[in-house]
Design a protein around this ligand. Sequence first.
Ligand code: 1GP
Length: 250
Amino acid sequence: MKNLYKQILINRECNKKMLAVLLDPDRCQGKLLSSTIAALKLSAPDFVFVGGSYVNSPIDSFIELLQEEVQIPVVLFPGNASQFSPKADALLFLSLISGRNPEFLIGQHVTSALAIKQSGIEVIPAGYILIDGGKVSAVEYMSHTRSIPREKKEIVLATAVAGELSGQHVVYLEAGSGAIQPVPKELINHVTSHLSIPMIVGGGMKTTQHLNDCFDAGADLAVVGNAIEQNPDLIVEFTNFVKNYNTIHR
Ligand code: 1GP
């Protein structure tokens, strides 16, 4: 069994930044799926995340298809318990700790816990923190929670530290898929400088400058979804950027 979390810790230890490409099985189909797979074959990111706030397509067959085509670890990034699949290599067991909806703090977890346990899949407990990205995000709407205002640095920090102290293995700062503005670098930096666990950042990142800012600010893993749906060739540009970034900064 791969130990992806251990790999994340090792990379973090030697300041190797990581990239995940997020694929939504509802949207990544047909031509888009073929060109995404072609780009993943050319230049592999560290992980493929699979999931979304709302997914209607079968997850198992989507993951199987990916695994037939590429060797990249597949990590579930589920919007709810119905998106669990034992086919994935690991699961981000997300607790929406910026929200106060018990359903996304513990409810969906109880619903899926026994199936997850029985599958033997690697579980990575993740404190998921939603930051205002300039528009109402799908996760905000679907979870009935509110994002934290982007200027409320101390609230974001306190939330992340609460996540760490309550046993989360990573913190995920999320501006929401398709965010107008990604999580601000000052905010990432403020949180990472007080946190001892890996930091994932996603939402609204469309350029290598966004990746650069996020890594410079201390994030360990950047997640890109929408931008590569618009243009799958960006997978190659982004993975090459991360390789170069790591060559320069390590
Ligand atoms: C969403 O963080 C991810 O959870 C990715 O966001 O689709 O905006 O890249 P984008």
